[in-house]
Design a protein around this ligand. Structure first.
Ligand code: NAP
Ligand code: GCO
Length: 266
């Protein structure tokens, strides 16, 4: 292997902040960025979750730093970034991973419930990006990776708020790319398909019909694993993607590429 070429994928000397990364997709992405050389910083909304995350990272040999921060709270976010810059260093890579979903038929969803999803899944990535961009500009480079979704492209019953947020996150990604590309800041999205995490457990386990639906609809004929997202995340966080900007990289087993297979003849 040509090590000079592979250094394009190295994150040595970089500080990576992954939001909501005590477990799930965020934890897997942070692990991959660490394996590529980055110093990992993460936040979660509760101290016990941060502690759980620190234990989990320690168990796999990662010396991460964890902070309590509600990503929807601009004051907390600005204080978090200032503390990270003081204690660790300027954030070179931001992964906006923290997210929630509420599966409620739209006509039964309250405006408050709709706003809560928009707040975490769209407003928070704006707040986080706004907080790290000034130092990225000063430093002359930066990587922002927004965790979008298949619902950045498609809707389905009961996820109106989530789809609206993730569709907006796709466009925020493109707008950050357009506005800050000249500062050598690349902002891209990762659009996971259906991934095995606590967030999808309610529609995947105990024989839920959605489980068979997704396996049938996905060309890879399986749910994604958080590990499937690790290579794409390292690529978008590294110099190997310095001319990729405003792109949503779908990691979905091919589900967005197909209208689905026709049912087998009876
Ligand atoms: P998850 O298991 O529910 O984890 C979400 C993480 O975000 C949790 O650690 C959660 O902490 C944290 N979080 C939520 N609200 C927060 C806030 N206000 N401030 C700080 N942290 C907060 O979800 P996941 O499946 O790993 O998904 C991670 C991201 O991928 C989300 O953006 C999700 O929309 C997206 N995604 C997931 C899938 C999938 O199939 N799983 C597919 C496409 C996209 P708490 O536990 O305290 O809430
Ligand atoms: C749902 C799922 C999806 C996934 C993911 C797909 O209820 O449809 O939770 O929204 O989380 O976003 O890409």
């Amino acid at each position: 292997m040509n090590n000079d070429f592979m250094n394009n994928f190295s994150l040595e000397g970089k500080v990576a902040l992954v939001t909501g990364a005590s477990y799930g997709i965020g934890f897997a992405i942070a692990t991959a960025l660490s394996n590529a050389g980055a110093k990992i910083v993460f936040n979660d909304i509760k101290q016990e979750l941060v502690d759980k995350g620190l234990e989990a990272y320690k168990e796999i040999g990662i010396d991460a730093k964890g902070y309590v921060c509600d990503v929807t709270n601009e004051e907390q976010v600005n204080a978090l970034i200032a503390q990270i810059e003081k204690e660790v260093g300027v954030v070179d890579i931001l992964v906006n991973n923290a997210g929630i979903i509420k599966r409620i038929p739209m006509h039964e969803m309250t405006a408050a419930e709709f706003r809560q999803v928009i707040d975490v899944d769209l407003n928070a990535p704006f707040i986080m990006a706004k907080a790290v961009i000034p130092s990225m500009i000063k430093k002359g480079h930066g990587k922002i990776i927004n965790i979008c979704s298949m619902m950045s492209e498609l809707g389905r019953e009961t996820v109106s708020a989530y789809a609206a947020a993730k569709g907006g996150l796709k466009m925020l990604t493109k707008n950050i790319a357009a506005e800050y590309g000249e500062h050598n800041i690349q902002c891209n999205g990762i659009g996971p398909g259906y991934i095995e995490t606590p967030q999808t457990a309610p529609i995947r386990v105990n024989g839920h019909p959605f489980n068979d639906f997704i396996i049938g609809k996905t060309p890879a004929a399986r749910w994604g694993k958080t590990e499937d997202l690790q290579g794409p995340a390292v690529f978008l966080a590294s110099d190997a993607s310095n001319f990729v900007n405003g792109h949503i990289l779908y990691v979905d087993g091919g589900i967005l590429a197909t209208i689905g297979k026709q049912p087998a003849a009876n």
